[in-house]
Structures are given as C-alpha cells and as structure tokens.
Design a protein around this ligand. Structure first.
Ligand SMILES: Nc1ncnc2c1ncn2[C@@H]1O[C@H](COP(=O)(O)OP(=O)(O)OP(=O)(O)O)[C@@H](O)[C@H]1O
Length: 242
C-alpha cells in the first residue's frame, strides 16, 4: 500500500501539492489525471523520493520513503524528467536495469523478446544512444525498463505521450495484463482520460495540487469525469438518434 499523509510541496512559498490523506491499495491500477501544472509529476517525484516534501510523508508498504531505501526493491518507475541515461544504448540500459533487478543477460534477452512488436525493430540491438532515439522510442525504453524484474509497484508518468496510436494500444494492453495480477499496484499519470479510463480501476483528478475527484471506474463515473474535463454534458448524440 502507498500512503501520502499530510503531504505538501511548496516552491517559493506557493503550494503546488496538498494531499491531506491518500491511500493506494495493492492491486489498484491508479490513474492520475490533471491539466498542465496540476502536480502529477510532483506527486510521483515525492513518492520516489526524487524531491523532498515541504511537509508530511510518503509510506510505501509500511516503509517511510524519506527514511529508508528498502522500498526501492519493490518499486519501479518511469518519469520523463528524470530519464537522463542518454549516453547508453537501449541494450546497455536494459542490462543495467537487469543487474539492479537481479536478472542475468539471458533473462533480460528473454524479457525483451516479448516486446519485439512494441519495439518494431528500432530499439534492441541498435547502436544508437538513447538520447538519439525519437521521443516515442525513448519513452518505450523507459517504460519497458520499468516493467523489468517483476516489480510490485510500477509508476509511469505520462507513458502514452509521444507514442503512435498502435504503440499506445499495445501499451494499454500490456498495462491491463500486468494490472490483472492482484499483487501489483500501478500508478499512471496522463492528460488523456481515454487511456486512463481504459486501463485504470480508480481515477483521481488533480487540480492545482488538490484532489477534486476520486472515483472507482464505472460507466457513470466516466461520463461524470468527461463532463468535468470538457465542460460538456454528454447528450444523446446525433448518431445515436439515427
Ligand atoms: N523545481 C521547481 N521549481 C518551481 N516550481 C516548480 C518546480 N517543479 C514544479 N514546479 C511547479 O509545480 C507545479 C506542478 O508541476 P508538475 O510538473 O507536478 O505538474 P504536472 O501535473 O506534472 O504538469 P504537466 O502535465 O504539465 O507535466 C507547477 O506549477 C510547476 O511550475
């Protein structure tokens, strides 16, 4: 379980995240949606101890993240801003992550073979540095790296951004597949309600650092969220009337 308790982050005296109490249970596929600057990356960065909270704390499986490193074995993440392993090729990167996750090179190879369609022959076995790949391919490397070694908690910041539609579709299916395992917890941030609605069991909307909606996914909650985001109430469509 992941808990944020009275978690606040300020920059220059301005509060950008304020979560009095948030718990994410094991088995949840948790979608975090919000406009630019809402605080999504800040929240994930606090969870991963990449930045320090102004107040409050994060606890992952009973371990306070700012006080111990033991939670790191259970958690894997892709965060755009901190994905700076530019001077490695994808193969070097995957082997590096494999070592951290106690996989040997044969395990890593077998794992990567499962992603052949997703990589479309553009990533594995190539001599290009990650920094020289297209944005979408960089994202694929980062996201697949986060899946390596069967972590219990997977945190993905904007995993769908920059991917082409077929890759988005494939990634949705991968997340759904992993999300079926009851011992996994997956956290995803996105601007795109469609992706989040497709893969997540719970959806939270963040606005100016505060939670303004927190719902389990059902047909009616999806309509409500769509209305919240677009400001448009879903009427019977022209097509429905034909
Ligand atoms: N290092 C920093 N210094 C000052 N302000 C910051 C810093 N990092 C983030 N912020 C501010 O915190 C707020 C939340 O930013 P954050 O990146 O978490 O939003 P986000 O929801 O991930 O946005 P986006 O969808 O645009 O990626 C924004 O107002 C941002 O300007």
């Amino acid at each position: 379980m992941i808990q944020a308790i009275n978690l606040q982050k300020e920059y220059n005296g301005t509060t950008v995240l304020n979560l009095p109490e948030l718990s994410i249970e094991k088995g949840e596929v948790f979608g975090l949606v919000g406009n630019n600057g809402a605080g999504k990356t800040t929240f994930f960065s606090l969870l991963l101890d990449l930045i320090r909270a102004t107040r409050g704390k994060v606890i992952i499986n009973e371990i306070p993240v700012a006080k111990s490193e033991d939670w790191k074995e259970q958690v894997s993440a892709y965060i755009d801003e901190s994905f700076t392993i530019g001077y490695l090729t994808p193969d070097e990167y995957f082997n590096f992550i494999g070592e951290l996750r106690n996989l040997n090179t044969t395990d890593v190879k077998a794992f990567l073979e499962k992603f052949a369609d997703f990589f479309k022959d553009e990533i594995v076995g190539k001599k290009k540095y990650i920094r020289d790949l297209s944005k979408g391919n960089q994202k694929k490397v980062g996201v697949v790296g986060a899946f390596m070694g069967n972590p219990e908690v997977i945190i993905l910041d904007e995993p769908f951004a920059n991917l082409d539609p077929s890759s988005q579709y494939q990634l949705r299916n991968m997340i759904k597949e992993i999300g079926k395992q009851k011992d996994k917890t997956i956290l995803i941030s996105s601007h795109d309600l469609d992706h989040v609605a497709d893969v997540c069991s719970r959806i939270v909307i963040l606005e100016k650092g505060e939670i303004v909606r927190d719902v389990q996914k059902t047909e009616s909650t999806l309509a409500e969220l769509e209305e919240f985001f677009t400001g448009v109430k879903k009427e019977t469509s022209f097509i429905d009337e034909l």
